[in-house]
Ligand binder design. Structure first.
Ligand code: ADP
Ligand code: MG
Length: 660
C-alpha cells in the first residue's frame, strides 16, 4: 500500500524551529571541546580553547595528519602510521578510506576495494571480515580513528574532553551523518554538532580575516570532492548551495598515474603487490610534481628503469578529472544563482589543491586567484575547533552557523513518485509537513518510505527509512488525512512523525534507518569502548608517571656526578640514601607490572630526599658567582645556568617532557 497526496492549504509549509535543547548541559565546559576533521585519507584534531586561535594537535613526532587507516592485524585495533605499515602484508585486515563506505549499504558499494564484505540476511550495514573471525563495520573503524584523536587531545589537555564537533562532507545524506554521529558516540565523544566541511573552512577564514561576502569553497581531498557557495555576513555563515562527488579525489590521480606507469613498464595485469607499489609510488611522484617539473620513478616490483614523469605529462593524465570538478563548480554557482563576478573569494581546501593544475583551472573558472593563506590540510579542523569552542559555551564574536539540507527529503507516493517535503538547500534546523490521504477504503495502514535525493522516482533516490502507520480508520478513498512532519535538527538529522487528522489520533512512528547500526548495537559498542577508555587512561597515566620519574632520576644523577668533588654539599649518608632510591626508581621503571601510583610515590620520595641537596647546590652556586654583582647580572647567570641544564638533559628528553 502506498500513500497518495492531495493538495491541502498548508502542505509543504516551513516552520522554522528553534535549535533543540542541548543535551547534558553540564558537560559543555568552555576550553575542553575539540574539532575533528574526519577525512577519507587523513584526519586531524584541533583545539581552540576559550576564544583562542585554533591549533592542530600533533603526535610525538610533530605530525598533525593521522592517516585514516585502521589495522586489525594486531590484537588491538591500531590507527594511523603504524596501521599504514601493516597494509602491504595484510591488505584485507587494514581498512583505509572507510569514509567511502560509511552509512552505505553493501549493494551501494560500486567501486573497487580490496576488502571482504560479510553479508547477513536482512542486514543493510557494510561489514568487513578483518581476519581471525573478526567482523567490523566502517562505523567501528571510524570510531577507532576518533578514539585516537580524542586520546591525543586528552593527553594534551591532561583530562577528558567535554565534546566534539566532527566535520562531514556537505552532501553527506542522513544515513551517512547518522553513521558518523554513531562513530563519535562509540568513540566516547559527545558530538555537539556535525559541521559541513566547507562551512568549517569558511568559519576559519571568516574569523581570521574578517571578510564578508560570497565565497566558494573548493575542497579536493584524497577521496572526495566537495564545492559549496556560502554567504558570510555579520559573522553569520550560510551555505547557499553545495555539490560534489564522493568518489573523486587525489587517490584517483594516483590510480591514473599508476596505470600510465604500468603501461610504460609493459605490465598488463599487475599482481596486487605490484599494483600497491605502483599506486604508492604514483602518489609520491604526484606530490613531488607539485613542487618539481620532473620526477624520476622508482619501482622495485615492475621493470621501469630511469623513467621520468614530467608535470605536463601528469597534468594531461588528470586533466579530465579536474575539469569534471570545474563543471560541478559551475552547476553549484548556478544553484546559488550567482555568477563568478558576484563572488568575493574562492577558498581552497584539501591536500589535492596543492596540485598546480587544480589551482590554475580553479583560478580560470572563477576568474580570480584562490585564497590559500590557511594551510589547506588544516583549515577544516580549525573551523571545527572554533565551532566546538563556541558550542562548549565560550564567548566568541557572534558566530552562528546556518547550514543547508544537502539533498531533498521526501516520501514515496503512489506509483513510486517522490513527493519532496524538504527541498535541497533549505536552511536547517527546519520542520516541514505534508498531508497525505488514503487510496482505497480498505486501507487501514500506510507504508511510508522516506527517501533523499533529487530524482523524481523513489527507485532512483536514496532509501533512508521505511515505516508503517497502522490502525487507520477505514475511510472512503481520499478521506483520511495523515499529516507527516519531517524535522531536521542542526546536524541535518531527520525525525519523521505522522498524525491521523480525522481521528485526531497521534501516531508516533519510529524511523529505522535503512543503513547503519541498530541502537542496541551502538549501545553495546559504546559500552565496550568505555571499558577500554578506562584501560586507555590507566595506560596514559603510567606512561606519564614513567616520564616524570625518568626526568627526576636524570636530574639527580647529573647533579651527583657533578658535585662528587665538592666538599660539604652532600653527606655520605645522604649519598647512600639517594643511590638506593635511584636504584629502586630505575628498577620500577623497567618493571612492566608496576602501577602508576607506585612510580609516582617513588618520584615524590626521590624529590623529597634530593630537595635539601638541590637547595645547597643552588646556594653554593649563588654565593660563588654572585657576590658583588647586580640583580640583573645575577638573573643573567641564572638564565645561563638553566640553558646548560637543558642542554645536559639532551634534546630528546626535553621533547618528551614537553609532549606529556
Ligand atoms: P581527505 O580530506 O580526503 O582526507 P586530504 O585533504 O588529506 O584528504 O588530501 C589528501 C590528498 O592530498 C591525497 O591524495 C594526497 O596525495 C594529496 N596531497 C597531499 N599533498 C599533496 C601535494 N603536495 N601535491 C599533490 N597532492 C597532495
Ligand atoms: Mg578533507
Amino acid at each position: 500500500m502506498s500513500t497518495s497526496k492531495i493538495p491541502v492549504a498548508d502542505s509543504g509549509a516551513f516552520l522554522q524551529i528553534a535549535e533543540p535543547e542541548r543535551p547534558r548541559q553540564s558537560r559543555r565546559e568552555p576550553g575542553f571541546a575539540i574539532g575533528i576533521d574526519l577525512g577519507t585519507t587523513h584526519s586531524l584534531v584541533a583545539l581552540a580553547a576559550r576564544g583562542a586561535e585554533a591549533r592542530v594537535l600533533t603526535d610525538d613526532e610533530g605530525r598533525a595528519l593521522v592517516p585514516s587507516v585502521v589495522s586489525y592485524a594486531r590484537p588491538e585495533p591500531t590507527v594511523g602510521h603504524p596501521a599504514l605499515a601493516d597494509r602491504p602484508k595484510f591488505p584485507t585486515r587494514v581498512l583505509s578510506s572507510v569514509k567511502r563506505f560509511i552509512g552505505r549499504g553493501p549493494d551501494e558499494i560500486d567501486f573497487r576495494h580490496p576488502y571482504q564484505l560479510v553479508r547477513h540476511p536482512g542486514d543493510n550495514v557494510v561489514r568487513f571480515d578483518v581476519g581471525e573471525g573478526r567482523v567490523c563495520s566502517p562505523i567501528e573503524a571510524s570510531a577507532e580513528i576518533l578514539k585516537r584523536l580524542r586520546a591525543r587531545a586528552e593527553t594534551e589537555l591532561g583530562r577528558p574532553v567535554s565534546g566534539a564537533v566532527i566535520t562531514v562532507p556537505a552532501y553527506f545524506d542522513d544515513a551517512q551523518r547518522q553513521a558518523t554521529k554513531d562513530a563519535g558516540r562509540i568513540a566516547g565523544l559527545e558530538v555537539y554538532r556535525l559541521l559541513a566541511e566547507p562551512t568549517a573552512a569558511a568559519l576559519a577564514y571568516g574569523l581570521d580575516s574578517g571578510r564578508s561576502g560570497y565565497f566558494a569553497v573548493y575542497d579536493l581531498g584524497g577521496g572526495t570532492f566537495d564545492v559549496s557557495v556560502l554567504r558570510l555576513r555579520d559573522g553569520v555563515f550560510q551555505v547557499l548551495a553545495t555539490g560534489g562527488d564522493s568518489q573523486l579525489g587525489g587517490d584517483d590521480f594516483d590510480r591514473r598515474l599508476a596505470a600510465d606507469l604500468l603501461r610504460a613498464a609493459g605490465v598488463d595485469e599487475p599482481t596486487p603487490a605490484q599494483w600497491q607499489e605502483v599506486v604508492a609510488e604514483a602518489r609520491r611522484v604526484k606530490e613531488s610534481l607539485s613542487e618539481c617539473d620532473t620526477v624520476t620513478v622508482e619501482l622495485h616490483r615492475s621493470p621501469l628503469r630511469e623513467h621520468r614523469v614530467t608535470r605536463a605529462a601528469f597534468e594531461a593524465t588528470i586533466e579530465s578529472l579536474v575539469r569534471d570538478t570545474i563543471r560541478t563548480c559551475r552547476g553549484v554557482l548556478k544553484d546559488a544563482d550567482l555568477s563568478t563576478d558576484d563572488l568575493d573569494g574562492v577558498v581552497l581546501v584539501g591536500g589535492s589543491t596543492r596540485v598546480p593544475l587544480v589551482r590554475r583551472l580553479v583560478e580560470q573558472a572563477f576568474r580570480r586567484a584562490p585564497l590559500t593563506d590557511i594551510d589547506p590540510d588544516r583549515v577544516v579542523a580549525y573551523g571545527a575547533a572554533i565551532s566546538a569552542d563556541v558550542l562548549s559555551g565560550s564567548e566568541r564574536d557572534g558566530v552562528t552557523l546556518l547550514d543547508v539540507v544537502p539533498l531533498s527529503l521526501g516520501l514515496e507516493t503512489m506509483g513510486g513518485i517522490v513527493e519532496k517535503i524538504i527541498p535541497r538547500n533549505a536552511t536547517i534546523p527546519i520542520a516541514a509537513r505534508q498531508v497525505f490521504t488514503n487510496y482505497s477504503e480498505k486501507q487501514t495502514g500506510m507504508s511510508m518510505h522516506v527517501v533523499q535525493g533529487e530524482r523524481e522516482l523513489a527507485a532512483d533516490c536514496r532509501s533512508l527509512a521505511r515505516f508503517e502507520l497502522s490502525g487507520l480508520p477505514p475511510l472512503p478513498p481520499s478521506m483520511a488525512r495523515v499529516e507527516v512532519t519531517f524535522q531536521l535538527d542542526a546536524d541535518a538529522l531527520l525525525t519523521v512523525t505522522a498524525r491521523e487528522l480525522m481521528t485526531q489520533k497521534q501516531q508516533s512512528v519510529e524511523v529505522k534507518p535503512t543503513y547503519g547500526l541498530s541502537e542496541a548495537e551502538v549501545n553495546d559498542l559504546v559500552r565496550d569502548s568505555l571499558d577500554h577508555a578506562r584501560e586507555d587512561f590507566a595506560a596514559r597515566d603510567l606512561a606519564e608517571a614513567r616520564v616524570e620519574l625518568g626526568r627526576v632520576v636524570l636530574a639527580v644523577r647529573t647533579a651527583l656526578s657533578e658535585v662528587g668533588h665538592i666538599e660539604g654539599l652532600l653527606s655520605e649518608a645522604e649519598r647512600v640514601q639517594l643511590e638506593r632510591q635511584l636504584g629502586e626508581a630505575e628498577r620500577l621503571m623497567s618493571d612492566g607490572q608496576v602501577e602508576a601510583t607506585a612510580i609516582n610515590a617513588a618520584r615524590e620520595q626521590l624529590e623529597q630526599t634530593s630537595g635539601p641537596f638541590a637547595r645547597r647546590r643552588m646556594e653554593r652556586a649563588l654565593n660563588a658567582n654572585m657576590s658583588g654583582k647586580s640583580l640583573s647580572e645575577i638573573e643573567q647567570v641564572l638564565a645561563a645556568d638553566d640553558e646548560t641544564l637543558d642542554e645536559r638533559r639532551g634534546g630528546h628528553q626535553a621533547e618528551q617532557i614537553e609532549t606529556t
